[in-house]
Design a protein around this ligand. Structure first.
Ligand code: FAD
Ligand code: SIN
Length: 540
C-alpha cells in the first residue's frame, strides 16, 4: 500500500547541495532528505580537485569573477558570478568549522593556512582541498552533522518519480521505494531539487551511475524552463583502462605541473592555447579529441613523474593507489587518459534564491542553471555553487515558510492499469542505445547532421519508453531511462538552436563564436500541470 508523508521541506538529493541546505535550515522545520542510493552515490562523494575561494591577498573577487567569465566564454550571469565568488570565504569557514579536514599549508605560504592548488582557467592558486578526495571528506563531514539533527529524516533508496503541482504550486512528489517497491506520496510546503547532473546520458562519464538528470526531467515535465543544456562539460583526463570506469584524474595534477603528452612523448597543448595544460577544460578536451582523431590513438598521456615520489603520494594518494591497482606507477610513468562527460552546465532555471518557475519549488547544485557557468564551468566552481545556493535558498525558505499553506491530502499513486514487465531487455537495450548515440553524435565535436540523427533516434526511443512506462510497473532502470531520454532531447534541441561555437558547444557547421552572447532557453509547451499522477503523465 502506498503511504502518505508530510514535511515542511522535502529535499530531493543528499549531495553537497541537499545536505548543506538541510543543515542551513532552522531546527524547528521538519525536513525529509530523499536520496535514491546511499550517501556515496552522488557526484559530491567523488569530487577530487577542491573548492574555489578567494582567500589570499594577491587574489580578489573581481579576479575570480573574471576567470569564471572567461572560462564561461562570456555568457555567465554577472550577478550570479559575483554572488558565488563573494560567498567563497564564508563557505570555506563554515565547512572548516564543521570539521572538514582541508589540507593545510605546510610551507607557511598562505595567509589562510590552507594549501591552495590551481586548476584550469584560474589565474591564481585558489582551490582549497582535502588532498585529492575533497568530495569524500565533504560528504562525510556533512553526513555526520545531518545524522545529529532530529528534525531531518534521511530517506535513502527512494527515487523521486515526479513532482506534484496544484494550481501552479508545487505541493509534493511521488517516490518509489527501491526496497519494498512501493510508490509513496510526499507532501510539503517547499520542495527542493538537489538531484545533481545528467552525464550518465553519455557512454563514458566520470559520474556515478545515478547521474541521470532526474531533477531536470521532473522539473521540465512539471513546466519549468531549462537553459544552456547544450553545454555538457567533458573532463579532459579520465583514466584510460577497460576496468577503470572513467576514473577521474584531477586537473590539480596539471595545476601542480603535470604535462599532457602524445604517445611519442611530445607535449602538444602549447599549440592550442598559450595557457597550455592550464587552459580551461573545453579547450583541453577538444585538443585531446583532435590529437586522438588525428593520430588514430586510443588515449593521450598525463605525466607528473618529474615530481618527487613523496610529493605525489602526499598530494594525490587516491590517484596513486587507484593507478597502482592497474599496474601504473604514476611516480615513474605517464598515465593513459581520455576525455569523458563530466558536468551538466545547464539545467533548471533559477533565480538568486534558488527559486524555479513553479512556486515553492527550488533547484540547487548541478541540477540547476544559475547562470554561473556560462558555456563552460571553471574547475572547482561547482561545489562552491552548491553551497552558495543552498545557503541562499535556506534563507528564502525560512523567511517564506510561515506564509506558505500546508497542502491537503494528495492523490495516491495509481497502479490499477499496469502489470509487471516481461520485457526488461527493452529497458537495458534502450539505455545502451541512448548512451552510445549521445557519445557518437552529440559529443565534443558536433555537426547539424549528427545532431538531427540523434534527435530522430531520441524521438523513437521516447515514444517506446513512454509506452512501456504506461503499461508496466515502474522499476529504477525504467524511471532513470525515462529521465535520460528527456535530458538527451533537451541537450540536442539546445545544441541545434545554437548557431555558433562557444565554450563546450563546438560545431563544424558554425565554427566561429557569434557576437551576440545569449543563453539557450527552452520552455515546456504545456503550462504547469494541476496534478501529475502517473495516468495524466502518460496521456500528456
Ligand atoms: P550530487 O552530489 O550528485 O547529489 C545528487 C543527489 O541526488 C544524490 O544523493 C542522489 O542520490 C540524489 N538523486 C538524484 N536523482 C534522484 C531521484 N530521482 N530521487 C531521489 N534522489 C535522487 N566540482 C568541484 O567544484 N570540485 C571538484 O573537485 C570536483 N570534482 C569532481 C570529480 C568527479 C569525479 C565528479 C563526478 C564531479 C566533480 N565535481 C567537482 C563536480 C561536483 O562534484 C558536482 O557538480 C557536485 O558535487 C554536485 O553536487 P549536487 O549536490 O548538486 O549533486
Ligand atoms: C578535478 O578535480 O579535476 C575536477 C574538478 C572539477 O570538476 O571542478
Amino acid at each position: 500500500m502506498s503511504k502518505q508523508y508530510h514535511y515542511d521541506v522535502i529535499i530531493i538529493g543528499a549531495g553537497a547541495a541537499g545536505m548543506t541546505l538541510a543543515l542551513q535550515l532552522p531546527e524547528n522545520i521538519s525536513i525529509a532528505l530523499i536520496a535514491k542510493g546511499d550517501y556515496q552515490q552522488c557526484s559530491t562523494y567523488y569530487a577530487q580537485g577542491g573548492i574555489s575561494a578567494v582567500l589570499e591577498q594577491d587574489d580578489s573577487f573581481n579576479l575570480h569573477s573574471t576567470d569564471t567569465q572567461n572560462a564561461g566564454s562570456g555568457i555567465c550571469d554577472e550577478k550570479t558570478v559575483k554572488m558565488v565568488a563573494e560567498s567563497g570565504p564564508s563557505v570555506i569557514n563554515w565547512l572548516a568549522d564543521l570539521g572538514m579536514p582541508f589540507t593545510k599549508d605546510r610551507q607557511d605560504v598562505t595567509a589562510s593556512g590552507f594549501h591552495l592548488t590551481r586548476e584550469g582557467g584560474h589565474s591564481r592558486r585558489r582551490v582549497v582541498h582535502a588532498a585529492d578526495a575533497t568530495g569524500k571528506a565533504m560528504q562525510k563531514t556533512l553526513q555526520a552533522h545531518v545524522a545529529e539533527k532530529s528534525n531531518i529524516d534521511v530517506i535513502e533508496h527512494s527515487i523521486a518519480i515526479d513532482l506534484i503541482t496544484r494550481n501552479k504550486l508545487c505541493v509534493g512528489l511521488y517516490a518509489y521505494n527501491i526496497q519494498n517497491h512501493q510508490v509513496n506520496v510526499f507532501s510539503a510546503k517547499k520542495v527542493v531539487l538537489a538531484t545533481g547532473g545528467a552525464s550518465k546520458v553519455y557512454l563514458y562519464t566520470s559520474n556515478p551511475d545515478g547521474a541521470t538528470g532526474d531533477g531536470i526531467a521532473m522539473a521540465w515535465r512539471a513546466g519549468c524552463r531549462v537553459a544552456n543544456m547544450e553545454f555538457i562539460q567533458f573532463h579532459p583526463t579520465c583514466l584510460f583502462h577497460p576496468e577503470a570506469k572513467s576514473f577521474l584524474i584531477t586537473e590539480a595534477l596539471r595545476g601542480e605541473g603535470a604535462k599532457l603528452l602524445l604517445p611519442n612523448g611530445k607535449r602538444f597543448m602549447q599549440h592550442f592555447d598559450e595557457r597550455a595544460e592550464l587552459a580551461p577544460r573545453d579547450i583541453v578536451a577538444r585538443a585531446i579529441d583532435h590529437e586522438m582523431k588525428r593520430l588514430g590513438t586510443e588515449c593521450v598521456y598525463l605525466d607528473i613523474s618529474h615530481k618527487s615520489r613523496a610529493f605525489i603520494k602526499s598530494h594525490f594518494p587516491t590517484i596513486y593507489e587507484k593507478c597502482k591497482q592497474f599496474d601504473i606507477d604514476i611516480t615513474r610513468q605517464p598515465i593513459p587518459v581520455v576525455p569523458a562527460a563530466h558536468y551538466t552546465c545547464g539545467g533548471v532555471m533559477i533565480d538568486l534564491d534558488g527559486q524555479t518557475d513553479i512556486q515553492n519549488l527550488y533547484a540547487i547544485g548541478e541540477v540547476s542553471y544559475s547562470g554561473l557557468h556560462g558555456a563552460n564551468r571553471m574547475a572547482s566552481n561547482s561545489l562552491l555553487e552548491c553551497m552558495t545556493f543552498a545557503i541562499a535558498s535556506a534563507r528564502h525558505i525560512t523567511s517564506t515558510l510561515d506564509s506558505t499553506k500546508k497542502p491537503g491530502r494528495l492523490k495516491n499513486w495509481d497502479e490499477s492499469l499496469v502489470t509487471d514487465s516481461d520485457e526488461e531487455v527493452v529497458v537495458s537495450h534502450n539505455w545502451d542505445e541512448l548512451r552510445h548515440f549521445m557519445w557518437d553524435y552529440v559529443g565534443i565535436v558536433r555537426t547539424n547532421k549528427r545532431l538531427e540523427r540523434a534527435l530522430n533516434r531520441t524521438s523513437l526511443l521516447k515514444r517506446e519508453i513512454n509506452e512501456y512506462y504506461g503499461n508496466f510497473r515502474v522499476t529504477p532502470d525504467l524511471l532513470e531511462l525515462r529521465n535520460l531520454v528527456v535530458v538527451a532531447e533537451l541537450i540536442i534541441r539546445s545544441a541545434l538552436a545554437r548557431h555558433e561555437s562557444r565554450g563546450l558547444h563546438y560545431t563544424l557547421d558554425f565554427p566561429d563564436t557569434g557576437v551576440s552572447a545569449e543563453i539557450t532557453m527552452l520552455t515546456p509547451d504545456k503550462k504547469p500541470q494541476k496534478n501529475t499522477t502517473k495516468i495524466s503523465l502518460i496521456s500528456s
